[in-house]
Design a binder for this molecule. Structure first.
Ligand code: ZN
Length: 740
């Protein structure tokens, strides 16, 4: 490269030609590829946006033309030895070369040029910041060969999947790239040997758990028929999609590894369940030598085989996942993640084909601020330095608009290309460019949050809740500080676009406030003004404004398992209603005839009449009964009447929480003779991972005098057949009984 540059420099006149005096000539090859042509057109269009006159010409000789930018293949640089999509930027003040390898290399060079030398930024697909280019001149003394740290770079977020400009500008891959290369992506045992098709005739092909074969588990990898059938089914899929290069043969998304005696023998032979899996996958890979077979190092197969007893074949890809890790500190310096780091090092010893599946958002609550920006860079460096070739940053998916998406996606994209960039400079550049004069205030909120997370010692969990941080980065004193910063930011910002961007950022603070208040943490501090009713009004008004704005920004889902903003509004309104409306049962004594199950005991029976309704986080205000009946007697006042009875139950099969099979309400005046007044037999839908709260109401014909109310709720006899934990006892969860 340097040699080339020197040679060219000798051939050229020394005078630098400014673009002010002449239009810039963009010179393309005589036979440009489609992508070179597109790159040149993009360069022309975007330079013209900055007021610079440009013309596209076809190159007709090998003498560099001054005042020209060469786009694509040209005689002045040879990109043959470059990595795919790497590129050269070469200039001496007279002419400039933007030339890359592969489909995107030259286009990447163009966008990099616009950022680096023209000051352009693409903050979001809608926020392209251009600059006036009056004083533009061809850059001097440039000889750069720029290559990505990772061959594959995906951030699974909305922008890269809804704007090709954004994807290309930030040199990312997106779902379309993935779908082209991968025949099947992940958790594929269920596709390769579907239990619907095979379980009834061949239960022995599926994993054995606690002495019985389970439908929704893994496969029995010791069974030779499993290997043959899986390969036959895979072959059919390959025949239908021969272009796809990579096929995943990997665990389903559950822990139910086979415990049959044959599998246990293989585990001890090959160094654990990962060894058994790898031995199996190698055999598949040998039958598909021209394909790459990818498998999962995930949860119970995250550890490389003990003693490194099996090595992956050369066409086996290891998809290594960091799902359990905390995000409060960089992986390598987090004492809690030393086992993960060891696993990474062990995989590096036996594989040079590692696909890293990393997680960068709060999946349980998409609108939590989730201040993890400080760990992105060190973690990416760690992955790069341990042989990772393909990098997948799972965020909130291709459809969801979520908190900090603009800033987190931007920073992650930059670091995926080059994890040695200075993350703080990128953040400053983003904040000052995107929020203008209000930028430093937003940056200061981010800095405060991340530094509290990094120093508090508290875990930052990708499946957490705002309330987890109620004494950390979301403590009232800090929330107060963030609100003050936001007020200064709004006051500084002059235009409505910046106000909208600030509002988008602020929504994460509103969400945290509502969550903390609904979770009962610091209600007083978060809404310090007025009496109880005023506080309720303030919370309602914050909730309503937040949900209206979330809808306006196009938010469809508040968490990985669903829940739209309007459904969220309903849930919180239900909590407010329960907590602040009057019930005859409030604070009445409750006798539990069977105790709740640890750790979901809360305040015991009093939890049912304490006026605090349960929220979507089942750890708070809910009573749990594991495989056992809820049998509660509430002592009402001597003169009380009952007209309406209402009770909520939580439904979340992923955590083994089901609705009871039967709920009965009884009343009595003497605690001996009970009269049945309400009877419910709830249906349990086959929905695994969407949490729901279901209310069971009973209305009596007329107000009826009753001194006692009894509730009996009977759990399912066992977890149903369709569920991966079939046969185990089911939980029931309830929170509050309302009597009027
Ligand atoms: Zn087995």
């Amino acid at each position: 490269m340097k040699k080339n540059l020197l040679l060219i420099a000798l051939c050229l006149a020394l005078s630098s030609i400014s673009a002010q005096t002449k239009p810039v000539r963009i010179i393309i090859p005589q036979k440009p590829t489609e992508s070179e042509h597109y790159a040149a057109k993009q360069l022309q269009t975007l330079l013209q946006k900055g007021g610079l006159e440009t013309h596209i010409h076809t190159r007709n000789d090998d003498t560099p033309q001054s005042g020209s930018i060469y786009v694509g293949t040209c005689p002045f640089v040879n990109t043959d030895g470059y990595r795919n999509n790497a590129y050269a930027m070469l200039g001496d003040g007279n002419f400039f070369v933007l030339s890359g390898k592969g489909e995107k290399g030259t286009l990447y060079a163009v966008y990099d040029f616009l950022e680096r030398y023209c000051g352009y930024r693409l903050f979001t697909p809608e926020a392209l910041e251009t600059k006036e280019l009056h004083s533009f001149s061809i850059p001097t003394d440039t000889a750069l060969n720029i290559a990505p740290a990772f061959d594959y770079r995906e951030v699974l977020y909305f922008y890269p999947n809804n704007s090709q400009l954004y994807t290309d500008w930030h040199r990312l891959n997106n779902r379309a790239d993935l779908n082209r290369d991968w025949g099947m992506f992940v958790h594929t045992f269920k596709n390769l040997i579907p239990h619907e098709r095979y379980f009834d005739s061949h239960p022995e092909w599926f994993s054995m758990r606690n002495g019985q074969r389970v439908r929704d588990g893994q496969l029995c990898l010791a069974n030779p028929y499993v290997l043959d059938t899986l390969c036959r089914n895979l072959q059919k899929m390959v025949d239908q999609n021969p272009q796809a290069k990579i096929w995943s043969v990997s665990n389903n998304d559950n822990y139910n590894v086979c415990q049959c005696s044959e599998c246990l023998k293989l585990d001890s032979l090959y160094g654990g369940p990962t060894g058994t899996l790898l031995h199996f996958v190698n055999q598949v890979a040998r039958r598909f030598p021209d394909k790459t077979i990818s498998t999962l190092a995930y949860q119970f197969t995250r550890q490389a085989p003990q003693g490194l007893k099996v090595h992956p074949d050369s066409n086996v890809n290891i998809m290594f996942c960091s799902i359990e890790c905390g995000r409060e500190l960089p992986l390598e310096t987090n004492p809690a993640e030393s086992a993960f780091c060891n696993d990474m090092r062990n995989w590096q010893k036996i594989s040079d084909n590692i696909f890293m599946w990393d997680y960068i958002v709060q999946f349980r609550n998409f609108w939590d601020p989730f201040p993890n920006l400080h760990v992105l860079q060190p973690n990416l460096r760690f992955f790069r330095d341990h042989g990772v070739k393909m990098m997948f940053e799972q965020a909130t998916g291709e459809k969801n608009i979520t908190s900090w998406m603009d800033i987190r996606c931007y920073l992650t994209a930059k670091l995926l290309w080059n994890p040695d960039l200075d993350a703080d400079s990128i953040l400053n550049d983003f904040c000052n460019g995107y929020y203008g004069i209000a930028g430093p205030y937003v940056k200061s909120i981010i800095d405060t949050m991340t530094s509290i997370v990094a120093t508090s010692g508290q875990r930052l969990n990708i499946y957490g809740f705002a309330i987890d941080a109620c004494e950390g980065y979301l403590a009232p004193k800090y929330m107060d500080q963030y609100r003050k910063m936001m007020a200064l930011a709004y006051a500084a910002a002059t235009d409505s676009i910046i106000h909208q961007r600030l509002r988008f950022f602020e929504l994460s603070l509103d969400f945290a406030t509502v969550e903390l208040a609904a979770g009962g943490a610091f209600y007083e501090e978060l809404f310090p003004e007025g009496d109880k009713l005023d506080k309720v009004r303030q919370m309602y008004s914050m909730l309503n404004r937040m949900v209206d704005d979330l809808n306006r920004f196009g938010v469809s889902q508040m968490m990985e398992m669903g829940i739209s903003p309007d459904q969220y509004r309903e849930l919180i309104a239900r909590y407010i209603e329960k907590t602040f409306s009057y019930s005859n049962s409030y604070f009445r004594p409750v006798e539990l005839r069977k105790p709740p199950t640890e750790p979901y005991t809360n305040e015991g029976g009093q939890d049912l009449t304490d006026g605090a309704g349960g929220i979507l986080d089942y750890r708070y205000y809910w009573l749990g009964f594991y495989g056992d009946t809820l049998d509660a007697v509430i002592s009402l006042g001597a003169t009380d009447t009952v007209k309406h009875i209402s009770m909520d139950f939580y439904f979340y099969p992923l955590s083994w929480i089901f609705l009871p099979q039967q709920i009965d309400y009884y009343i009595s005046n003497d605690k001996k003779n009970w009269r049945l007044v309400g009877h419910h037999t709830p249906e349990n839908p086959e929905i695994l991972a969407t949490p729901m709260i279901k209310t069971f109401n009973t209305d009596l014909d007329k107000p009826t005098k009753a001194s006692y109310l009894r509730v009996v709720a009977i759990p399912l006899p066992q977890i149903p057949l369709w569920h991966r934990a079939t046969g185990q006892p089911a939980w029931i969860f309830t929170d509050e009984i309302i009597v009027n």
